[in-house]
Write a protein that binds this ligand. Sequence first.
Ligand code: PHE
Length: 492
Amino acid sequence: MTETRDRWHSRTSFIMAAIGSAVGLGNVWRFPYVAYSSGGGAFLIPYFVALFTAGIPMLILEMGIGQRIQKGAPLAFGAIRKPLQWFGWWAAGLSAGIVIYYSTILAWSWVYLWHSLTLPWGDKPEAFFVQNVLQRSTGPGELGWPVLSLVIGMAITWLSIYLILRKGVRNVSKVVMVTVPLPLLLLVILLIRGLTLPGAMDGIRFYLTPDFSKLTDIRIWLRAYGQIFFSLSLASGVMIGYGSYLGKKAEITNSAFITGLANCGTSFFAGFVVFSMLGYLAKVQGLPVADVTESGTGLAFVAFPTAISQLPALNSLFGLIFFVALLTLGIDSAFALQEAFTTGFYDKWHIPPQKLAAIFVLIAFPVSLLFVTKGGFYWFDIVDKWICDFGLVISGFIQCLAVGFLYPVQDFRDYLNAQSEIRIGRWWIWALRYITPAILLVILAGNLSKEITEGYAGYPRWATLVGGWGTLLFWLILGYLLWKRRNSSDHL
Ligand code: PHE
């Protein structure tokens, strides 16, 4: 039986989907904060160095390997060396792990979307987030029941993911035509509003004033690589899976450049939106900008809601715009992650996409409810930290060495150059073999020594052992079982 692999609608839809996966909450709530605390405008130097020496080379690797072998991460790595299939399942498993907690942020966003109609947080947005929305318990040991409103948010999130993935990549091609441009448009609207508010310029000055002395600090450089890495969705199997749906003659290198530059451009742009609003917030509250700045959940669910309710007019409208932007930013990262994992099952056991989407969601939805229990926030935080700071870094390290040394990489470069618009030079091989793995190793060593000496955020050891190391180990074991399970495709 000859089967035809699902295909992107067009080159544009592939690039849009890749951008959709890369551009996510990280661009809005992580980049601006990392930039301001790492030298402001001067941070753009290490950031773009990281983009060109590690980000784009790895994007080319991932899209290229998926496209050339025509398989998602597990079987693509298995084709390089048989035991690497185990690693491929592990990497794809990390993306399944991410989507299960990433969905939590979408669940919160649905709840805030609803609350935007009435803006009930008043002048206590932090208490509202912690007590009313999360109903947070005192620690990870006190789990409690799932919070009903968040369960509803979760259900809507998983239902959306199912409906989008059910018809495979063709449907994704259509969906990303909305979920990629729409949040950008909404951010432009927020930017126009932000820039016309008093104090906006103070915020932007705060964001961008360059501090070149920071560039001598090695940690700033590592932070730039870490940010690039997460932001481009690397090492999670996402770009390999997406690449595998490209046709045999598809262009790779220019698509990787476009994806990388679009992602970083969006991050830079999002900083203007965030800091113009924070500048205004500082002004109305009579505080310095540094005191209203927060990254992560605090920015999206505390600082922004405050700014929104302090706007002179149309507050609910701007609330809706902001949370719709978050939801559309997040959803295409979420379904890309799920697809990265389920593609492996299609490749190995030919399970149809429709069935895979349903089975995954039916398992993942109940598991994700752990993160919306009263103690769920703590587990969300731990799992996120371990998958990103340890899992993805280890995965990227192995991936670069596997392709750099075990795959005929010269030949791979010639192959890519023969069908691509931008010819890549020998620097690409250098980046994969030496630069990126060396940097990842230093990042990993730094993260590990910090974890061993200080622990993480004051959590008890048992919690980080179970939630952090336990999660990584779980995927390692499951990956082994999936690798060992036989099927006709195993000759690959
Ligand atoms: N790149 C996404 C963001 O910036 C997050 C992500 C990481 C998505 C890894 C997929 C894989 O939010």
